[in-house]
Design a binder for this molecule. Structure first.
Ligand SMILES: Cc1cc2nc3c(=O)[nH]c(=O)nc-3n(C[C@H](O)[C@H](O)[C@H](O)COP(=O)(O)O)c2cc1C
Length: 319
């Protein structure tokens, strides 16, 4: 059966409309590859600082490691500086990403105030120059991830037009301003407005929590794809069209074991289990009886001990 692509990023066909959002500390190779297998249609790396890539910093370069099965893979980079961004993009292009994504959404003070992340959105002319140069010097498609802007500078339509006119092949938009904290209500109207403004594909993002929300956002905004961040942590099943409350304990157990294996393989034993803990918190959050085991789950040092504890929890649950 030949599948019809849901949309294209330049010439790259994208199959499926739900996409794991880039998330620092979460969307690493182990978790991305799991989500991709379950149906996330693009693998976005965590953001990598252009200067770190230029200087071969191991922890930064590691963010761009991927497996072939993840394709299409998008490398996300950030910086306040056009030259750094172009230099880093040229440097990582031979690693064969399917496209390179420019982060223009990060609200963190240190980043935004330095002019990177959402800080870039305050400088439309710089954005135009950046995309023009990237388009001219690179062979891979360039994409942008933006947000509404700042409370006093909600220029998402202008920025969308600028990146499109200067060669971007896709825009992902998060419907919040820089000041709109994660708890504030997301504005899906801005996603619809961006979709009306540009001809390149648009990915909507913000507060998608269930499988039904994916269809709802598409219907409301007419966006081409839907990016899921927080609701996908500890919940990769959302990409297979299954909500968390439909997932059995055995499935959770199996997934955690698989995820942990990939973490151990990628990071090594100590770091692998350490970095797994924040996923554990989310995997077990909906299981009320695990509260008393939480501490123990978060302090196990070895995979075998960890899996044994999961077994005990399960036996306790079914008893
Ligand atoms: C822990 C965390 C880390 C994030 N890191 C990144 C990042 O590296 N790059 C990026 O573009 N957005 C990052 N984001 C923003 C998400 O991609 C997304 O835009 C945001 O969480 C809104 O989507 P949601 O409501 O589905 O979570 C991060 C968000 C969270 C919660």
């Amino acid at each position: 059966m030949t599948q019809t692509p849901t949309f294209y990023v330049d010439k790259i066909p994208i199959y499926g409309d739900a996409i794991l959002a880039p998330m620092m500390g979460f969307s690493d190779l182990p978790y991305r590859s799991l989500c991709r297998e379950l149906g996330s249609s693009i693998s976005y790396t965590e953001f990598a600082r252009a200067e770190g890539l230029i200087h071969n910093m191991r922890r930064v370069s590691e963010k761009l490691e991927y497996v072939e099965e993840e394709r299409p893979i998008a490398f996300q980079i950030y910086s306040h500086d056009i030259d750094y961004m172009v230099e880093a993009a040229l440097k990582i292009q031979p690693l064969r990403p399917d496209f390179i994504d420019i982060n223009m959404g990060c609200p963190t003070k240190a980043i935004a105030n330095s002019g990177a992340g959402v800080g870039l959105m305050r400088k439309p002319i710089k954005v135009a120059r950046l995309f023009k140069r990237l388009k001219k010097e690179l062979d891979v498609p360039i994409t942008a991830k933006i947000r509404m802007g700042w409370d006093d500078c909600q220029n998402y339509k202008l920025i969308s037009r600028i990146v499109e006119e200067n060669g971007a092949s896709l825009i992902a938009i998060h419907g919040r301003t820089r000041e709109g904290g994660r708890e504030s209500k997301v504005n899906w109207d801005v996603i619809a407005e961006v979709k009306e403004t540009v001809n390149i594909p648009v990915i909507g993002n913000g507060d998608v929590k269930t499988v039904a929300d994916i269809a709802k956002m598409k219907e409301y905004t007419k966006c081409d794809g839907v990016m899921i961040g927080r609701a996908a942590i500890g919940n990769p099943w959302i990409f297979s069209g299954k909500d968390r409350d439909e997932v059995t304990f055995e499935e959770v157990q199996k997934m955690m074991s698989k995820h942990l294996d990939r973490n151990l393989k990628f990071y090594g034993e100590e770091l692998g289990i350490n970095l797994f803990r924040k996923h554990v918190v989310q995997y077990i959050a909906p299981i009320p009886t695990t509260r008393r085991y939480r501490r123990e789950l978060l302090t196990r040092e070895r995979k075998e001990e960890f899996l044994l504890l999961l077994e005990q929890i399960y036996e306790n649950l079914v008893k």
